[in-house]
Design a protein around this ligand. Structure first.
Ligand code: BG6
Length: 514
């Protein structure tokens, strides 16, 4: 059955509001994110009518680019990465709204020029004083950009609502550990109010991630069994078949724990495990998320080697492609101890989840690209059909497939056809693609639109980001005191290190093969 949806971004009353015209300033606009994600998202938003025609886009970066060159690079980006096919006629209307401003990020003059430009757009294009700053530079530049924006009088603080809005989006990584995340928050708060700050985690913009809350809270049948009485354990898998793709410099400073667990994986965990918020609005949703993160039992000291496994890929073939061992990648030390894989077991100390293990794993250069959350239910208390009939019985598993082949499946037991009783597992499946027959908007479309509308529900609040860092920092500190790991310890194209399997074997469980 195909379910008709006119425009997925328009569906739902929240989006009856249209964004006001604004100028979007993207710092670091010559980078990969702009070309691959941001400009294609803006192009698609403009086709959907969500980027008012007078809105302007300014790329602020250090390279010697002209407006024309900037436009031609962005055109390439749209041609290669837009979810809708490139349409030259649409591009002709879109391109003149792109402007380039060359400046060092710490140069006050650049910000004076920016202010003049913004004022001009307000007068000539009717952008009404509304500004959205997007920090997509290496994170070390965040503090200075924020400071210069403040000095140039561009913080928009204490400005009447009628004079437009000023908001700032911060790309991840938001800090490097708890201390640096706190310092960055303090820095931001000196210039911007918390309501103006949008910390982005693109996983929250994914349709299937948002659907976790819909599945849990818009269906009557799941919530009563969504707890320790019925659930045996939860597995969250985020596997990538690609390696680090030339990002050696960034990755050496980061590693999988910081890059994926602190942000995306904890977000997934949060949406599966949080209590129902009183409404799907920024404050109630984010209050519940912080509460959940605070209920996670910290993993410290000796518990770290017991509950956390790290790995680094060697050579091999993943998804049909040869993979260079991590430590031979460009800008990676041959002795690198940076982890490209993490698996962990954690517990949530609250009434709902007490005693239920959550197993999380994420890694690069694994067998295939897949992200899923599997909720495994407890077995029936007694098998009345006898051991022979029940030989192939498996526990019920509700699997939420985040990507690719987005969907939901429920594994159940049925009687295999025949005269005797033989029980077999079968899957009931729902697939987004097949059911709705349309491609969902990209995460960045949704998130940019939300920010323009002033809806911060899907963005991370300062206390949330700090609580997530606190959990991760405990592990980082324990690792720093342990002897260096024996890397590489998994072959590219495998499912990760053996120790990750042992983490579950010890509990008489095993990882799924999604
Ligand atoms: C980014 C990480 O935040 O997310 C990357 O920095 C990772 O290392 C990427 O590859 C994964 O995103 P997605 O949407 O492809 O699952």
């Amino acid at each position: 059955m195909t379910i008709a949806v006119e425009n997925p971004l328009r569906a739902g009353s929240r989006l009856e509001n249209m964004p006001q015209p604004a100028t979007l300033v993207i710092f670091g606009a010559t980078g990969d994110l702009m070309k691959r994600k941001l400009v294609p998202a803006l192009y698609n938003l403009s086709i959907d009518g969500y980027l008012p025609p007078n809105s302007q886009i300014v790329g602020f970066a250090r390279r010697e680019w002209s407006d024309e060159y900037f436009r031609s690079e962005m055109c390439e980006g749209v041609q290669e990465h837009s979810r809708r096919p490139f349409d030259p006629a649409v591009w002709e209307g879109f391109a003149p709204r792109l402007h380039y401003l060359r400046s060092e990020f710490d140069n006050a003059e650049g910000y004076d020029q920016l202010r003049t430009m913004l004022d001009r757009f307000d007068k000539e294009n009717g952008t009404g004083g509304s500004r959205l700053f997007y920090l997509s530079t290496p994170p070390s530049y965040y503090p200075v950009i924020v400071e210069r924006l403040g000095e140039a009088g561009l913080s928009g603080r204490n400005i009447a609502k009628e004079s437009g809005y000023t908001r700032i989006i911060i790309e991840k990584p938001f800090g490097h550990d708890l201390e640096s995340a706190r310092a960055l928050n303090d820095h931001l708060h000196q210039v911007f109010a918390e309501e103006q700050i949008y910390r982005i985690d693109h996983y929250l913009g994914k349709e299937t991630v948002q659907n976790i809350l819909v599945l849990r809270f818009a269906n009557g049948i799941f919530e009563p069994i969504w707890n320790r009485h019925y659930i045996d354990h939860v597995q969250i898998t985020n596997a990538e078949s690609i390696g680090i793709e030339g990002r050696g410099r960034f990755y050496e400073e980061s590693g999988a724990l910081r890059d994926m667990v602190q942000s995306h994986i904890l977000q997934l965990l949060n949406l599966v495990a949080m209590e129902p918020p009183v409404a799907f609005d920024a404050t109630p949703v984010r209050d519940e998320k912080v509460k959940l993160l605070r209920s996670i039992r910290p993993i410290r000291g000796n518990l770290v080697p017991e509950q956390v496994v790290r790995g680094q890929y060697g050579g091999g073939v993943a998804a049909g492609k040869d993979v260079t061992p991590y430590h031979e990648e460009e800008n990676v030390s041959s002795e690198s101890t940076t982890e490209t894989y993490v698996a962990m077991k954690l517990f949530i100390d609250n009434f709902r989840w007490q005693g239920v293990p959550f197993y999380l794993r994420t890694g690069k250069a694994l067998t295939k690209r897949v992200t899923e959350i599997a909720i495994q239910f407890k077995q029936p208390p007694l098998s009345i059909f006898g051991s022979e009939a029940s030989r192939d019985m498996e526990p019920n598993v509700l699997a939420l497939r985040i990507q690719p082949d987005e969907g939901i499946s429920l594994k159940m037991q049925v009687k295999a056809p025949g005269t005797g009783i033989h029980i077999r597992p079968v899957k009931m499946e729902f697939r987004y693609g097949g059911s709705f027959g349309i491609e969902p908007p990209e995460a960045y479309e949704r998130l940019l639109l939300d920010c323009m509308l002033g809806d911060s529900t899907l963005f991370t609040r300062s206390d949330e980001v700090e609580t997530a860092w606190s959990l991760v920092t405990d592990i980082l500190q324990a690792w720093s005191k342990m002897p260096p790991p024996n890397f590489p310890n998994y072959e590219a194209g495998s499912w990760g290190p053996r120790d990750a399997d042992r983490l579950l074997y010890r509990d008489n469980r095993e990882w799924r093969w999604p």
